[in-house]
Design a protein around this ligand. Sequence first.
Ligand code: SAH
Length: 386
Amino acid sequence: MPGIIVKPRSRIFHGHDWVYSSEIKKVFGDPEPGEVITLKDYKDRPLGSAIYNPLSQIVARRFSRRRQALDEDFFRRRIGLARDLRGRLDLDPALCRLVWSESDGLPGVIIDRYGPHFVLQTLTLAMDRRKDIIAKALIELFSPESIILRNDSAMRKAEGLEPETAVLHGKDPGAFLVEHGELEFHVELLTGQKTGLYLDQLGSYPEIAALAPGKRVLDCFSNHGGFGLACAKAGAASVTCVDISSEAIAAVRENARLNKLGIEAVEANAFDFLKACKENYDLIILDPPSFTRSKKALRDAMRGYKEIHLRALKLLDRDGFLSTFSCSHHVSRDLFLENINSAAVDAKRSLRLVRSHTQREDHPILLGLPETGYLKGFSFQLVPPR
Ligand code: SAH
């Protein structure tokens, strides 16, 4: 089998599974892009099997510590293990992220389940070439009604892959309803933003809704209104959702109607909305998109966070709550907390942390591969003047 000899002191010797181009000592056997290769240390000792893409900065991603082919049996086993884990978690296994990439031993494969409908993303070249075998394994394990391919993530570019959406199995289910907690959501898998719902946030909705009874709530970057709807259901005095996308705002209105909840939905740039707003709120939720996909853009991203934190703090009434999220892996927990604190200093306000939030457990985080953890959130209360 062709492969790579990895330089000493590379991250793979510290529990990671990726090999960057700068960590290659030698490529041997002339591997093809998308092929399975073997990794070796400089003493020729095998380190396992990996997928190979010389076009990507991450040239190899290890998926097994043994010699392993990417055949149908392999995918059936790995997806079966992923299903077993979801079955043990405190969540509905029929509405979840079934496969979370490296964390489930399938680098670049993401599979979301909405009852009988499955949404597949293949974000690495090797997995993209094998999407039909992955679909076959899913059909054997779940007999799904449909498998939708939602390969429009910007991450595919780094692997030299074009965007693509398609129905791989069955037919497009169109718009349908899913139930979560006491709420119903309208989803559209082939055309909706992301893959229908933000499944990583489902666990945070009730955590924040617990703060909402009797409060005036502002949900910024609301998408389809998950937080706002949960707060309204929990008995908020009022809920305003703000999103820049007309599609998202239409979904908020549809979901509010469906759940018989009164919600104001505003199509606006949240930065402008917060700047112009004259109202006060008791609970403000900030869940922006990833302001940065790279380390380089980190400073600009931190400036963006600082601005929304500062503006939100100015709109919060006494002893109000601020719930703020970052979904960028490059923004560490400490950096994010520092940013919030610096906004609080500028706003001359003190905050106390009442709850931390993270991606739901169906997005498990590999300890050796911190890139699998990305979502962090915190709920603070303004310390009442004393
Ligand atoms: N909280 C949501 C997920 C938010 S995703 C949920 O649980 O479903 C981020 C959202 O921010 C997207 O819906 C996107 O349309 C919106 N967005 C991006 N830039 C924005 C901006 N400048 N102002 C307002 N909304 C924005």
